[in-house]
Design a binder for this molecule. Sequence first.
Ligand code: AMP
Ligand code: ZN
Length: 450
Amino acid sequence: MSMELKLYDTLAREKRVFAPIDPQRVRMYVCGPTVYDFAHIGNARPVIVFDVLFRLLRHLYGESRVTYVRNITDVDDKINARAAERGVSIRDLTEETYQNFKADVAALGCLPPTVEPRATDHIDEMKTLIERLVANGNAYVAQEHVIFSVPSMKGYGKLANRPLDEMMAGARVDVAPYKRDPLDFVLWKPSNRGDPSWESPCNIRTPGRPGWHIECSAMSWKHLGESFDIHGGGIDLVFPHHENEIAQSCCAFHTKVMANFWMHNGFLQVEGEKMSKSVGNFVIIRDVLADWPGDVVRLAMLSSHYRQPINWTVKGLEEAEKALAGFFDAASADAEPRPAPSVLEALLDDINTPKAIAEMHALKNAAGRRALAGTLGFFGFRPEELKAWQADHVPEPALPAVEIESRIAARNAARKAKDFAESDRIRDELAKLGVVLKDSKEGTTWEVAR
Ligand code: AMP
Ligand code: ZN
C-alpha cells in the first residue's frame, strides 16, 4: 500500500503528491464565514471536508505538527447592513454569530482549528501589505481608495484558468471610475459615516476599511508565513477571491506561490435546487441539527466526494442514520482512534470519502470489529450521541398499540395451546409490519424495527 497522500490541486488541475514545505510543520488555511447570520448547510461542507483533511494530516504528521487556520470575516458590508437593520452593535452581531457558528460546527463533530483569527484583529498587517504593494508598483491610490493593479502582475488568472476576455466581461459591468483597468480590485476603501473605520494607509486622510481579499492574505501571512502548504475553500471562491489573494501575497512577498496546493469543495444544492431564500429551500445548520445528530449530518456530507456537487436531501440523511447505526452495532466497544488500512488508502487518494465509507461497510464482520471502531474514532463519530437521539426518535408503529397488544395476547394463547404454527404466523405477520417481538421471563414486549 502506498502511504503517499495525493491531493487535487486546482492550480495544477491534477492530483499531486503532497509534501509539506517544512517537514516539521504542515500549514493549512481555509476561508471561513462572514459572520452576520446563522451558517447554512452549504457552509458546513468546507468545514466538514477540511476537518477530515485536518484529521488525516494529524494522523500522518503528528497532532502537534499541523497548523490549521480558519478565519472569521467580521468586517463586511453585509455585517454593517444587518447590524443597522437589527439595531445592534457590529461587535455584538459578529460575536453572537461567531458563537453560534462555533456551537454548530462543534455539534457537527469537527475539531476546532488551531487558530481562528478575526479580520479586525489584523488591520495593521493588512495596511503593511497594502503599503508594500504600492511601493512595489502593484497598487495605486485613487479617490481615497487603494486599488490593486491587475496588469502589473504577470500570470494573473492562472488559478481561475479563464480567458482574460471572459474575466473582463464579468468585471466590465459597472466599472468604478477610480479603477484604471476593469479587473483592478479594491484593497482599501473609505468608510461611510457611522460604519467601522480605521486610520487609512498611504497617507489617505479619510478613515477607511479593508477590502475582503486582503484580509486572507494578511491573516495567512501572520499565522502561516509568506508561503504555506494548503489553501482551501468552496469552488465559488476560486475567482475572484483566491485569484486576488495570490496576486496580493505573491506581489507583496516576491514569492512564486502563496500556497502549494489549492483545494476547493464542490457546491451543495438542496433537494436538487440551488439553495436560496426566495425558493424557500434555504437550510441553516442550526435547523438541521434540531432534527438530526451532528454525526449523521457529517456522514451524509461525506457520502459524496468533496469535489463533486452534492444534493442535500432528507433521504440522504435517513440513509446516513442507518449506515451510522450499522457501524456502531458492528464495531467493538473501543479501540485506539486510527483509520483501518483500507480506509486510510481511500483517504490518501484525494480524500475519497465515498470509498472510505464503502470500506467501513466491508468491515462490518467479526474480523473487522476493532478496525471499524478505530476508524469511527478517527473520524470522531460519537456513539452516545446517536444512542441518545434514537431514544428520542422512536419510530411510529404501522398498527395502533392496542392492536399490537391484542395480537400478542392471541399469540400467547396459541403458545399456551402448543399451536406453534399459529404463534409463529402471528409473530411473522407483525415482523412484516415492522413490529419486533421480544420474549423474556417477564413476558413479551415489542418495538418498532429501525
Ligand atoms: P461565505 O460565508 O458565503 O463566504 O462562505 C463560507 C464558505 O462556505 C466558503 O468556503 C464558501 O465557498 C462555502 N460555501 C458557501 N455556499 C456553499 C454551498 N452552497 N456549497 C458548498 N460550499 C459553500
Ligand atoms: Zn479567503
